[in-house]
Design a protein around this ligand. Structure first.
Ligand SMILES: [Ca+2]
Ligand SMILES: [Ca+2]
Ligand SMILES: [Ca+2]
Ligand SMILES: [Ca+2]
Length: 311
């Protein structure tokens, strides 16, 4: 309680000091930087809670679904401005409970254990939701080192595509199209972000993860599948030495069937969803800009699977 008292005392002093000249007072509320979401029948609640003392901030968006805010455009961005109103209210609540359940706003039946001591509802102001989708191949190499944007103009349409399969290297889990994943071709053996020590089996100056013929025997890695034609040259051995044919320069089995397909590529997707609240008056606190934070939700990580057309 002492914390709450000193917090409000601070606000009051701030107000007293500033009311003469009519300044808008901006105060950081003491919440975490993340928020959560719950869907109702026809609305979406974006909220955050804290304990000691127990408080919540929430924004209800009428006629909005969780799916709506993941609908990014071709550039991977969704942005929308919502007017705070009686149908899209913003609420600041305090509770007598010492702690609050994390799903406070997710129950259709009100929890009888929860006791609200103050409910300030704001019906004016604006809220801006921004969603940015980032895709990655999880191959252990940064997008920058995979030449996502060679000329630095923010347009990735000229991104490097080593194997020409239509998937640029920064989201291509198999950069050289040899059906051995980049992460399994030792691009950065000591994980220090410097690729100068990348594995180069045939010492031809092209690291294995960008080399379609890793052992330099003249037969492409993806065609060295003598045992099983399963788009995985790593499980094909002509000799018992434990070295797969694609890394064995002594073995180039021209009788092996040629590859006819690429393996599946998994592209990891991360949605960064942020909310900024503008011009809300919570009685004690007026906020001209309040950074509500980043959505913490399982749906913000996803993946898609692509199998490029084989040439
Ligand atoms: Ca590619
Ligand atoms: Ca890659
Ligand atoms: Ca390779
Ligand atoms: Ca070989």
């Amino acid at each position: 309680m002492r914390k709450l008292f000193s917090f409000f005392l601070f606000i009051n002093i701030f107000l007293l000091n500033s009311c003469d000249d009519g300044d808008i007072v901006t105060v950081e509320l003491d919440f975490d930087t993340s928020f959560e979401a719950c869907e109702g029948a026809n609305d979406l609640i974006l909220y955050k809670t804290k304990d000691d003392p127990s408080e919540s901030l929430s924004l209800l968006l009428n006629n909005v679904s969780l799916e709506d805010i993941f609908e990014v455009d071709d550039t991977g961005v969704f942005e929308n401005t919502y007017t705070i109103s009686s149908t899209n209210p913003f609420n600041y609540r305090t509770y007598s409970n010492t702690s609050l359940p994390s799903d406070l706003f997710c129950n259709t039946i009100p929890n009888s254990e929860i006791s609200i001591t103050q409910d300030t509802e704001v019906t004016s102001g604006t809220a801006v939701l921004t969603t940015i989708l980032t895709e990655d191949d999880a191959d252990g190499i940064s997008a920058e080192l995979e030449n996502q944007d060679p000329n630095g103009d923010g347009d990735y349409s000229d991104a490097q595509d080593t194997d020409g399969d239509g998937i640029p290297d920064y989201i291509d889990a198999d950069d050289d199209g040899d059906n051995v994943l980049t992460k399994n071709e030792d691009p950065d053996p000591n994980d220090d972000g410097d690729l100068s020590d990348a594995l180069d089996t045939d010492s031809d100056g092209i690291p294995d993860y960008l080399d379609a013929d890793d052992d330099g025997d003249g037969l492409d890695t993806r065609d060295e599948e003598i045992d099983s034609q399963d788009q995985n040259p790593a499980n094909d051995f002509s000799t018992g030495g434990g070295i797969a044919d694609y890394l064995n320069g002594e073995i180039a089995n021209l009788d092996a069937p040629r590859a006819t397909a690429y393996r599946e590529h998994t592209i990891v997707q991360t949605y960064n969803i942020t909310l900024i609240i503008y011009d809300v008056d919570l009685d004690l606190i007026s906020l001209d800009t309040y950074d509500f934070g980043v959505l913490d939700d399982n749906d913000t990580t996803d993946s898609r699977v692509v199998t490029p057309d084989f040439p």
